[in-house]
Design a protein around this ligand. Sequence first.
Ligand SMILES: CC(C)(COP(=O)(O)OP(=O)(O)OC[C@H]1O[C@@H](n2cnc3c(N)ncnc32)[C@H](O)[C@@H]1OP(=O)(O)O)[C@@H](O)C(=O)NCCC(=O)NCCS
Length: 213
Amino acid sequence: MIEASDSSAAIAALAQTKPEFTLLGFLNDAMAPGERIGGVPVLGPFLSWRELPEDATFVAPLHKAGAMRERVAIVADLGIPEHCWTTIIDPRSAVASDAVIGLGCFVAPFASIGPGACLGSHTVARIGAHVSHDCTVGSFVFIGTNAVVCGYSKLHDGAYIAPSATIRDRCTVGTFAVVGLGSVVSRDVPDFVEVAGSPARRKPGPAGGGQGP
Ligand SMILES: CC(C)(COP(=O)(O)OP(=O)(O)OC[C@H]1O[C@@H](n2cnc3c(N)ncnc32)[C@H](O)[C@@H]1OP(=O)(O)O)[C@@H](O)C(=O)NCCC(=O)NCCS
């Protein structure tokens, strides 16, 4: 697992209970090989994925508000082939039988993904998050704990929905846009824009510390 967020702890705990998984360890650029995270060893830096067994698969919950563009670039630059990414769906989540979930995603305990919803690659739905029916969620999107994305909404690539935010039905959240904690989005959020509050209002400057186009 390519490690940088507290999704990692949840995924590690789940993997350790599943006979079909062997959690080899974490890849971590900030810690030395052999150090442990919750008892699980750090195997080496991110780039050492190439030294792992050929059948090793990966998940990379690197999402962080204000740093989504850099994190997407880190994942892309690793050059991990598509077939080496794994998707982890916690058995305590509720995923509709016709929902489509891409490679490298993590659906946490008590998250729910409704009928007709579609998630791209490397997207995370944290504990208790709800993605309602017919939503279209892009790649490397973060949907925080207890966030609610109502029906027919669209979250574009790299969007960050902080915990407990609510997205009104049929709203669009743009590419790399950020929706703050507990916000209620009732209008479309343009690409690269940060909004917060209820109703959510635009904050000055682009999302992610001045990295907009
Ligand atoms: C929206 C957000 C990105 C803004 O961060 P920021 O640009 O650093 O803004 P600040 O914290 O400096 O706050 C600026 C102002 O906006 C207000 N504000 C910040 N977040 C807000 C929110 N979610 N709702 C309403 N107001 C908010 C602050 O109270 C402050 O108001 P003030 O100037 O009157 O005191 C941030 O608050 C946020 O929600 N980050 C997500 C954190 C997260 O996801 N944590 C969980 C990780 S698992």
